[in-house]
Design a binder for this molecule. Sequence first.
Ligand code: TYM
Length: 340
Amino acid sequence: MEQKKPTIVSGITATGQLTLGNYIGAIKNFIELQEDNNLIIFVANLHAITIPISKEELRNNIKNMIALYYACGLDPKKAIIFIQSDILEVTLLSHILLCNATVGELSRMTQFKDKSTKIKAENCTEFIPTGLLTYPALMAADILLYDADLVPVGKDQKQHIELTRNIAKRMNNRYQQDLFKIPTDFIPPIGGKIMDLQNPTKKMSKSSKDIKSFISLLDPCDVIRKKIRSAVTDSESKITYNPEKKPGVSNLLTIYAVLKKVSIETAVKEFVQQDYGQLKEQVAIAIIDTLEPLQIKYQKLMQYQTIDELIEAGATKAQAIANKKITKVKNIIGLNYKKK
Ligand code: TYM
């Protein structure tokens, strides 16, 4: 008998332009996982409105991200690709999960604490949108609605997956053991946290205000070269891998190793006789070699109407899975009065 393929679920929030961090930490793994698994990937536009964003920017981001997914190599014949808010069941499940989560566990999430501290500091305000607090329950709904076995993410999302597992186990114990599948995170062994180019002790982020701090997947070659040349390193000149003492150089070595598909040790050996300038030159070339073909595909895709059709087809497939699951959840927890 043929074994059922594992289900892989993940998404990216539609805030800002996709970065090299998103590519290495997440998208690259989506592409690799689509071969032998049922892959379900979406654009998390509901998560994008948890912090203020203009409607024009949000609209642009959604379409650009879908086109970039395809340009990076996601194949609509192998994966279900859709927009999160097209599947309304996710908001119902999110509410159900919220009713089984505590304010304490939500407010202990590192990302909530970081984002709310940042809002307070930048805007001198105590006005923290509730969506920031409830964000992980929506993420848990994304995962549990599609019965994910594995969730490919970068390191920063590990805590959210842990919370998803806790809520799922709690509800399985309360209602029925097979209510939810318990998902596992899939974090790449290298590249799970690509660092900010200007402050390499911080994660590279698409919402950063300093454009020199990240590489966007759509940055032209000359911009990539300039950003890598200006990446912060240290005052030594020896190329060694030590994320604590040499975060900037270690970050460049990580980017190089992942994109060239070699181990960190091999990367270090390659640069043993070289200086920081030469390392930066080779890192820039590795990035350009990866991003240039993808940018050409992206430009072509954006010229055609096919994206809209692909988005609709993806939503139809996701809808069928979501509908079945939410009916099961409603029946089991007693929301459907006809079902005993
Ligand atoms: P987001 O949009 O912040 O990031 C998308 C994915 O990219 C990874 N990532 C990184 N990996 C390595 N280095 C970095 N510098 C870096 N920056 C980002 C993230 O870990 C993530 O995997 N809440 C999620 C989106 C989401 C989701 C989900 C993910 C919504 N629902 C369900 C998985 C399953 C987020 O904001 O990711």
